[in-house]
Design a protein around this ligand. Structure first.
Ligand SMILES: Nc1ncnc2c1ncn2[C@@H]1O[C@H](COP(=O)(O)OP(=O)(O)OP(=O)(O)O)[C@@H](O)[C@H]1O
Ligand SMILES: [Mg+2]
Length: 260
């Protein structure tokens, strides 16, 4: 369904030097697969998701969606289908909310993609995310978690086939996080979800793609096996160290804090 062949991408720094942030990335995700995308800050996760959403073109290599190369020409011709089928939740919810009210925000995609029963659908999704009381409010007046809920409702209501999510549980409280994890499990979608939360990641996908500090694909395989592979976790910097004090003795060791 999604295939990347030797993708590379560079940004320019403040002195107009090219800085490569994705190097030679190749992988394939088949329909219905649940993939989590891991890697330290700045490793290129959000950049990769933007390419997979057609917001940026790779500098080298090719991204194929349903076996067709996603070029500018492809997007011009197929933009409606591509946009309807692939939903992208950006890391910063505020950057994706632009309608005058929460109601309009959720209704926007439904209207754009010509769904029927818009009022009922908006009410249903508002109920699911427990944001019914906010429907008349401006998204600008919401808390971070409320914004995230509006964004997720507005993306999921158009029933995408592919979900690209960048830290979907950031800003969410524990009950909403638990509900969302269960909800995503039930959905019939293909998903690639970037997260820093390893143990939560194990709930969101069975396969992991890990970007290394060198911006190459460091690991592509089962999440379970990754969690048991401490040398790999250390190399990928997916575990952390901090000081502990027990009976006056201070020591440090690697941690993978559980999400419970
Ligand atoms: N618009 C931009 N212009 C220039 N450099 C950028 C831009 N966006 C990202 N970068 C750089 O590209 C690198 C990868 O960024 P990206 O946002 O993809 O990382 P990430 O893995 O999502 O990190 P995080 O875990 O912090 O979200 C970083 O070094 C970042 O500074
Ligand atoms: Mg990011």
């Amino acid at each position: 369904m999604i295939r990347c062949e030797q993708l590379s991408y560079s940004y320019e720094d403040y002195q107009y030097n090219k800085v490569e942030v994705l190097k030679d990335i190749s992988f394939e995700v088949t329909q219905g697969e649940r993939v989590i995308l891991l890697g330290i800050n700045g490793s290129g996760k959000s950049t990769l998701l933007k390419i997979l959403n057609g917001l940026m073109m790779p500098e080298d290599g090719t991204f194929y969606y349903k076996e067709e190369a996603v070029s500018k020409k492809y997007l011009k011709k197929n933009s409606q289908t591509f946009r309807k089928e692939i939903a992208f939740q950006m890391q910063d919810p505020a950057s994706m909310l632009f309608n005058p009210t929460v109601y309009d925000e959720i209704a926007f995609g439904l209207k754009h993609f010509e769904f029927d029963a818009i009022e009922e659908r908006v009410q249903k999704w508002a109920r699911l995310f427990k944001i019914e009381d906010l429907l008349k409010t401006s998204p600008l007046a919401l808390s971070g978690g409320q914004k995230q809920k509006v964004l997720l409702a507005s993306l999921l209501c158009v029933e995408p086939k592919v979900l690209l999510m960048d830290e979907p549980t950031a800003h969410l409280d524990p009950p909403t996080t638990g509900w969302l994890v269960d909800f995503l499990k039930e959905l019939d979608v293909t998903s690639i979800i970037a997260t820093h939360n390893l143990s939560l990641g194990a709930e969101l996908g069975s396969r992991a793609l890990v970007l290394g500090e060198n911006h190459k694909l460091l690991y592509d395989g089962s999440v379970k096996m990754l969690l048991d592979d401490m040398p790999m976790l250390i190399q990928a910097q997916l575990v952390h160290k901090h000081r502990h004090e027990h009976d006056g003795v201070t020591h440090q060791h690697y941690h993978l804090h559980r999400w419970d």
